[in-house]
Design a protein around this ligand. Structure first.
Ligand SMILES: Cc1cc2nc3c(=O)[nH]c(=O)nc-3n(C[C@H](O)[C@H](O)[C@H](O)COP(=O)(O)O)c2cc1C
Length: 276
């Protein structure tokens, strides 16, 4: 990653949608970096077949594997089994998921306040020589947001970059993301990538004015995978060409049917996203 000279456009991980076919498509049309949706590293350590299938890479699309969990021994066990494939650029630790099954175990957005645990996990990934990043919400709830839990985490942990989804864990997508927090995150001196409701060239201008090093785009990219090219001012093919290209990738790689079902439900539509 070259944060000094480049502003990054990243595809957000969206469960059951951003598989390798969709990630490749977005990379071909302007996304600089893509993320695999969250996977429990405990499942990978325990050789769960479908988890290992999800981290399989098919080409050189720049990709981070997003992991979630807390027990160091499982992370070490998984990392000792991994042989990095072409396209793999490192790991992203999820400190953002608000789903109760994760929050109740103290992970996802409940981990934003667990600085020493986060440091340990990031340290283990570094010991193996891999790139590290964190995707986080602003804490578990409004109280943690007001206490600036997210700033303490950014200051206290040394990851290569931090993707900040500007909502706390109790907020739904009906509430606007709060971009006013980005300047203070940037002031920590860490590399900050902005996430939440970013869609237009005006949005990019605003995010750049805060000093962020890039943007991450989720739902708007599912609706329109050409968004990265459009935001960068590159020429774009027709949506029919994109659908055919995606169809060819599906044929080649044959991911579980739910991926294409979910993509085709949202592509160029107003269908609401199920909350996560
Ligand atoms: C259906 C759905 C699934 C998601 N799955 C993940 C996930 O696996 N990992 C993650 O970090 N964020 C996940 N997110 C959050 C997105 O990555 C992103 O942070 C959020 O949608 C805000 O960005 P946007 O406004 O550009 O969509 C998910 C969001 C949705 C709507």
């Amino acid at each position: 990653m070259d944060f000094k000279n480049k502003f990054y456009y990243m595809l957000a991980p969206i469960e059951d949608m951003t598989d390798s076919c969709f990630r490749t498509l977005c990379y071909r049309y302007g996304a600089d970096l893509t993320l695999i949706e969250l996977i429990r590293f405990e499942s990978l350590a325990k050789n769960n077949k479908s988890s290992w299938e999800r981290i399989k890479l098919y080409d050189d699309t720049p990709t981070l594997i997003q992991i979630i969990g807390e027990r160091e021994q499982f992370l070490k066990k998984f990392l000792s089994k991994l042989s990095p494939e072409k396209g793999f650029l490192g790991f992203n630790l999820n400190l953002g998921c608000p789903a109760p099954n994760f929050v109740n175990k103290g992970v996802g957005c409940a981990m934003v306040k667990r600085i020493s645990k986060t440091k340990k996990l990031i340290g283990i990934i570094k010991d193996y020589g891999y790139g590290t990043s964190i995707k986080m919400r602003l804490g578990l709830n409004q109280y943690e947001k007001e206490k600036k839990t997210y700033l303490n985490l950014i200051k206290g942990v040394n990851a290569d970059f931090f993707i900040v989804h500007a909502r706390h864990g109790n907020q739904t997508y009906n509430e606007k993301a709060d971009w006013s927090i980005f300047p203070e995150c940037v002031k920590t001196g860490k590399n900050i990538i902005a996430n939440g409701d970013i869609e237009t060239k005006e949005d990019i201008k605003k995010i750049k004015s805060f000093g962020c090093k890039g943007v991450m785009i989720g739902r708007a990219a599912i609706i329109n995978p050409l968004i990265f090219a459009e935001l960068k001012g590159l020429s774009t093919p027709s949506i029919d060409k994109i659908k055919a290209e995606y169809g060819r990738l599906l044929k080649e790689r044959n991911p579980p049917f739910r991926y294409q079902k979910n993509i085709f439900k949202h592509l160029r539509s107003n269908v609401e996203f199920k909350e996560i």
